[in-house]
Design a protein around this ligand. Structure first.
Ligand SMILES: [Zn+2]
Ligand SMILES: [Zn+2]
Ligand SMILES: [Zn+2]
Ligand SMILES: [Zn+2]
Length: 542
């Protein structure tokens, strides 16, 4: 049985080996003197105890919907089955009659470093949400396909020279694994020396993933205060930039005798290695129906993709403002975009310089599950008890950023910097959109749940006793996958705890989920292969 390795307390299966392979050593007894011996045993012992108990299969089915999660939420209380039309109570059941006396709900965390399985689900939903805004579907009209759209990347300005890669024409699909030859980092023969005695030059050609990337040439010269203040204001900077571009496009429309337009956006925030934010933004041009402000209507012909690119380029290079005064910077910090920005047209099939909808949606979705990992820092919200573990004004780059955010957040009106010190000052969401850009995460989740339900019901018809599948809160009437809801399962539930009862439970549940994923993947490949065989009537070798 292959063992799922991405569990929270993943230990080497064979103690002492640095790189355990799945399956290898699953039965290996720990070395009697291994420092892990006392930790290693509970995995297997509790897993064996669980698997040997009567009702193990029922337990595995019971936890199925949360099985891949690292730390599911346990809930207890009453589950009521109600007729959706009349409201009549058909049956009720307390979770104490279910395996473990609780129901398990996946944690739903969007960050890969916190829960890989839930983050993958989130990423999947984000992809469909972003893509629906470009091609329609899921209640978004198909006519959005004809709206001009662009994809922009806007960056932060410089807060001091950092080690960097300078690749002029990178064509690598995954920029984080770019293998292109780079120019030297900071090639300066006449390198000036900073007041701290550091030569501001670096002749290295840094490889992608080099730990030096993003680190300042001289940390003592680097403007940490400006950096975190900028991160903190990046959301506002975007709001003003978009407003400016929209105004410009409306002037253009008036000038050309066209009705007004507006811009809808979806955007993902990404940290660069230096800890400054980057925004990846998808902008779609919409028309405006004055009587129905929430309806998506096509824009008038006559405003083109090039007009949007021009309007956004102008806005990104001219918008600048100054923050409120801060004791550390009485005149306030200047907030503007960096010089590097890229704005490209989006088409529904990749051609020339344009990006296609799938690439853009996958790109935004990918960043929606990341946090500050790229900067070398990950932590939860910091408090006065934990701040010293992560902040140090003389320490590493991330430690100095956190120290700056924490120190500046002391001033009245700047508490957000403390609250978001673990996010290096940025308090916004990682994936945001205008309300009318696309459907919501909620509706995508509901659709996914309905799909799963239809599948689960056709695979495992409800038991004769009519007991609900415990964690599914809505149930369909028929087994044919029709979407009409006839009975509704309502939960009156209380929080019982977080996580699996034992590491053995986690091992078993995560492994079962991994096996189910593998079966789905293999099934898809089989289908794809079959479809390909059916369609390819031309012999491969002529
Ligand atoms: Zn989870
Ligand atoms: Zn360098
Ligand atoms: Zn490259
Ligand atoms: Zn210096």
């Amino acid at each position: 049985m292959p063992i799922q390795l991405d569990i929270a307390s993943a230990l080497a299966l064979t103690p002492g080996t640095a790189c355990p392979a799945p399956g290898v050593g699953a039965n290996t007894e720990p070395h009697p003197f291994s420092p892990f011996a006392h930790e290693f045993r509970p995995h297997l012992r509790t897993a064996l105890q669980r698997a040997a108990r009567p009702g193990y299969d029922a337990w595995l089915r019971h936890v199925e919907s949360a099985a891949a999660c690292i730390h599911p939420i346990r809930l207890y209380g009453t589950l009521a089955t109600v007729d959706a039309r009349t409201g009549e109570l058909l049956a009720s059941r307390h979770t104490s009659t279910l395996p473990d006396g609780v129901i398990y709900k996946a944690c739903g965390n969007r960050r890969h470093t916190v829960c890989p399985a839930c983050a993958t689900t989130y990423q999947h939903d984000a992809y469909h949400l972003v893509r629906a805004g470009l091609v329609g579907g899921k209640t978004i009209p198909d006519s959005v396909r004809s709206h001009p759209a662009v994809f922009a990347t806007l960056t932060a300005p410089s807060f001091g020279p950092v080690h960097s890669r300078d690749v002029r024409h990178c064509l690598c699909r995954d920029k984080s694994r770019c293998t292109c030859r780079t120019a030297p980092c900071h090639a300066r023969r006449d390198a000036p020396t900073c007041p701290h005695g550091t030569a501001l030059a670096c002749w290295q050609r840094h490889a992608a993933g080099d730990a030096q990337l993003g680190r300042p040439l001289c940390p003592d010269c680097y403007d940490y205060a400006h950096h975190v203040a900028w991160n903190n204001h990046a959301g506002e900077l975007w709001r003003r930039t978009k407003q400016h571009a929209e105004r410009h496009l409306n002037q253009l429309a008036r000038h050309r005798g066209l009705p007004p337009v507006r811009l809808s956006h979806g955007k993902a925030a990404e940290y660069q290695a230096r800890g400054a934010l980057h925004f990846h933004i998808l902008l779609r041009l919409d028309g405006l129906a004055p009587d129905h402000p929430d309806v998506i209507t096509p824009p008038p012909d006559g405003i083109t993709v090039d007009d949007i690119i021009a309007a956004l380029t102008l806005a990104a290079s001219t918008i600048t403002y100054t923050t409120d005064s801060h004791p550390a910077c009485p005149d306030g910090w200047a907030i503007a975009w960096g010089e590097q920005h890229e704005i490209r047209a989006i088409t529904l099939s990749a051609s020339g310089d344009a990006l296609d909808d799938q690439a853009v949606a996958a790109y935004l979705a990918k960043y929606s599950t990341k946090g500050t990992e790229a900067t070398g820092h990950t932590s939860r919200r910091l408090t006065t008890e934990t701040i010293d573990l992560y902040a140090n004004p003389y320490g590493t780059h991330p430690e100095r950023l956190i120290a700056a955010a924490w120190a500046l957040g002391h001033a009245p009106g700047w508490s957000g910097l403390r609250r978001w010190a673990h996010m290096l000052g940025f308090g916004g969401h990682f994936l945001t959109k205008t309300r009318r850009y696309s459907v919501t995460f909620g509706s995508i989740r509901q659709e996914r749940a309905a799909y799963k339900r239809a599948h689960a019901l056709s695979n495992h018809p409800p038991q004769a006793e009519g007991l609900p599948e415990p964690t599914r809160f809505h149930r369909q009437g028929g087994l044919d996958g029709k979407t009409e809801e006839t009975t509704l399962i309502l939960g009156y539930l209380t929080y019982a705890g977080t996580g699996w009862h034992t590491t053995g439970d986690q091992l078993l549940a995560n492994t079962a989920a991994a096996q189910a994923r593998e079966r789905t993947r293999a099934g898809r490949q089989e289908l794809a292969h079959h479809a390909w065989e059916q369609s390819s009537s031309i012999p491969l070798a002529a």
